[in-house]
Each structure stands twice: as structure tokens, then as C-alpha cells.
Design a protein. Structure first.
Length: 385
């Protein structure tokens, strides 16, 4: 199935045809768009025999994931590790926890390629739970922290060598700076709107990046000094990748394992805090109201370290503040670079969408910087509870 240009009925029938390629028991009656991801196309699949029985169907963006089969291999390694060594022993009393499983295609593979070489995969759906695009309250924040801590704890002893690097350079900020520099050095097409070069917002963004260039390698420098080491990470643990039980309000799963790979746990911690401690969310246009909420930060770190404290080192704690500041800056840089390049990576609603997203992240970075002492104090308190 290629790009959709037909009416909604044709789209629905085409998607059902794709879903029918997987060994999902029963007749598929509905396939509808699901979630708010910026990269892959995600759909919720429903069966005729039991409307409660659902699955997640995804078309992987091969412009981003050049070797999508490696995503599946990493997911298999993760699921086998968790299933073999942690299924019973690590269960938290009184809590539900689920790991989505791969649903094989009818040809026996863990994925299916359509005649146009699009890459499709299907996973089980976590029932009775949902995700949210922004944090609802402090309890929700604590559950997000718990979920990430549990996820890291489950894979803390998974050999990093057993995972493929599906996105080389992902969250390595100096690489994003190099790409930004390359885009700026290239000759832009004449057709590109002049606003892309000269508006007040663009000037602010350029100045913002320039002021933080020298510091942007803080985590990679720590790796070079041997202070931080690579571990298995989720890669994208933002608020809408944590499923919350509809009844208990507890976190029950971490989903979207496309970016599971070797990396620094600080990438995950920083991205989680960046995503969750901005209650207005990534898509707000109220730039001046964007603020990093330290009470949510405290709740997340309490939940996280309650599960992850056993593998954290002293140096790990030392770089938590740098991580949250850096990942907010990095995402803003990525949005801004994509805007300058003509919106080729992230899905957008209009030509200015990525610029607006960049401004949100840069304002968030400023708020983090303004509260550096408070954030460091929260980390210090959690270090020695």
C-alpha cells in the first residue's frame, strides 16, 4: 500500500488488507489512526469477533529508519530477555505490568512488506489503558517516572552488545549541531520563503543555538572521560509512550520500542523530564507561558529512582540536570533544523509548524536553566533519600 490519495472508504479497505496479512485471529473490521506520533503511521485494529480484541499496526518510516528490520530484532531481544529472566521475579506486588508482543505475519516473519516495499509491523494492544499527550497531575507524573524506572530496571542487565543501533547518532547532540551547520552552509532553494531565514523568531532561534554550542557536548564528553557508559535505553520515553490503566491510574506499559537501542540512560531521563514537566505540551503556541514545573520533576524522579536506584552510579546523578537541559535544547535544535531544511523529517501541519515547536523547546530550556539550583536540589534529595 503506498501513499493514500483515495477516499476514506478506499483507505479503510486498503488498511484492512494490510492488517489481514498478520496472524491476528479473526476478521478485521476496523483500522483507525491511533496516537500522535511524529514519525511512523500508527493504526488501531479491531476484530469482528470481539471488539475488545485490538492490535497496533504501524507503517515504519523508512526515511528515518533505514533498516527497519533491526527494530524488530531489537524488540525480539528485549522481549526474550524480559520474558526469560524477569517475568515472575520482578513483578511489583499489587501492580499490573505488560509488555506488548510482536504479532507475526502470516508468512511467518515478524513484519510484512507490501508490493511497494513499505514496512509494516503489528503488536498486541494493552487493554484497559490509554496514553496522554500531557501530564494530568502529580500522581500521573509519579507513574511516568515509575514506568521508565521499571523499564530501565528490566533491561539493566541486557547486554548492550545484543542490541543494534537503529538510529546512529540519536540524541548525540554534537551530531545535530553538525547537521544544523551543514544545512546553514548549503545553498537554499530560491523558492523557500524568505521567512525561513530572516524573521524575528528565526533570529532568536539562531542566537539561542549559538549561545549554547560549546556546552552541547556535555554528555558525550562525560562518556569520553569514562564517567558515563552506554546501556540499553528506550530512546523516546515521552509522556504519550506510557500507558496508564483506566481504572487504577497506574502506569502499566512503556510502548513504541522503535528507538530501543544502546545509549545513555540520561537521554531517556532527560527526554522524559523534558516531555512531562511542560504541562502545555510540545504543540502549544503559548510560548511565553511555557515553563518547566519542578514539582512534576520531583514526582517523576521519585517514581523513577524507586525502581532504578539499584543500578545508578554517583556520576549518573551528577549529570541528570545536564540531561534534562540538553535534551530540551536538542529537540528544539532538531525542530529548527528541520524547519530550515523544508520540513523533511517530522510530520507537520503547515510550513511554520516546526519553527513553533522549536520555540516551545527553547523556551522550556530557558525555564530549566532559570531553575538549575532547584532541579539540582531535587536530584540531590533523591540521591540520598
Amino acid at each position: 500500500m503506498g501513499q493514500v490519495h483515495a477516499n476514506s472508504l478506499d483507505v479503510s479497505m486498503a488498511l484492512r488488507s494490510v492488517a489481514a496479512q498478520f496472524a491476528f485471529v479473526g476478521e478485521v473490521v476496523a483500522v483507525e489512526r491511533y496516537g500522535s506520533g511524529n514519525v511512523n503511521d500508527t493504526f488501531l485494529v479491531t476484530l469482528a469477533s470481539d471488539p475488545r480484541e485490538k492490535a497496533i499496526l504501524q507503517k515504519v518510516n523508512q526515511q528515518v529508519f533505514r533498516r527497519p528490520e533491526l527494530i524488530i530484532l531489537n524488540m525480539r531481544a528485549f522481549m526474550e530477555h524480559v520474558g526469560a529472566t524477569h517475568a515472575a521475579s520482578s513483578a511489583t506486588p499489587g501492580r499490573r505490568w505488560e509488555t506488548p508482543d510482536i504479532i507475526r505475519a502470516k508468512n511467518g516473519a515478524d513484519y510484512w512488506r507490501d508490493p511497494e516495499n513499505n514496512f509494516w509491523r503489528m503488536t498486541t494492544f494493552v487493554q484497559g489503558a490509554q496514553t496522554y499527550d500531557t501530564i494530568r497531575d502529580r500522581h500521573h507524573a509519579g507513574e511516568i517516572g515509575y514506568a521508565l524506572g521499571r523499564f530501565h530496571s528490566l533491561i539493566s542487565d541486557l547486554p548492550v552488545e545484543s542490541l543494534y543501533d537503529t538510529l546512529e547518532g540519536f540524541h548525540v547532540t554534537p551530531r545535530y549541531l553538525a547537521h544544523y551547520d551543514a544545512v546553514m552552509a548549503a545553498a537554499f532553494p530560491a523558492a523557500v520563503d524568505s521567512r525561513r531565514h530572516s524573521s524575528a523568531e528565526v533570529k532568536y532561534a539562531h542566537d539561542f543555538v549559538a549561545a549554547r554550542r560549546a556546552w552541547a557536548s556535555v554528555l558525550e564528553d562525560a562518556v569520553q572521560r569514562g564517567e558515563l557508559t552506554l546501556r540499553p535505553i528506550h530512546g523516546d520515553p515521552k509522556v504519550n509512550n506510557i500507558m496508564i490503566d483506566d481504572v487504577t491510574g497506574q502506569a502499566v506499559s512503556v510502548i513504541d520500542l522503535d528507538t530501543l537501542k544502546p545509549g545513555l540512560v540520561h537521554y531517556d531521563i532527560g527526554d522524559c523530564l523534558r516531555s512531562c514537566c511542560n504541562p502545555l505540551g510540545e504543540e502549544t503556541e503559548a510560548f511565553d507561558a511555557v515553563r518547566f514545573e519542578t514539582d512534576l520533576c520531583q514526582a517523576i524522579l521519585e517514581g523513577y529512582l524507586g525502581e532504578a536506584r539499584h543500578f545508578m552510579t554517583g556520576k549518573d546523578y551528577d549529570y541528570i540536570y545536564d540531561a534534562v537541559r540538553l535534551i530540551a535544547f536538542e529537540l528544539g535544535l532538531r525542530f529548527f533544523t528541520d524547519y530550515l531544511e523544508g520540513n523533511v523529517y517530522f510530520k507537520t501541519k503547515d510550513a511554520e509548524h516546526n519553527l513553533r515547536r522549536a520555540l516551545v523547546q527553547f523556551r522550556l530550556t530557558e525555564s530549566i536553566e532559570a531553575q538549575a539550583d532547584a532541579i539540582r536540589a531535587i536530584v540531590a534529595a533523591q540521591r540520598h533519600p
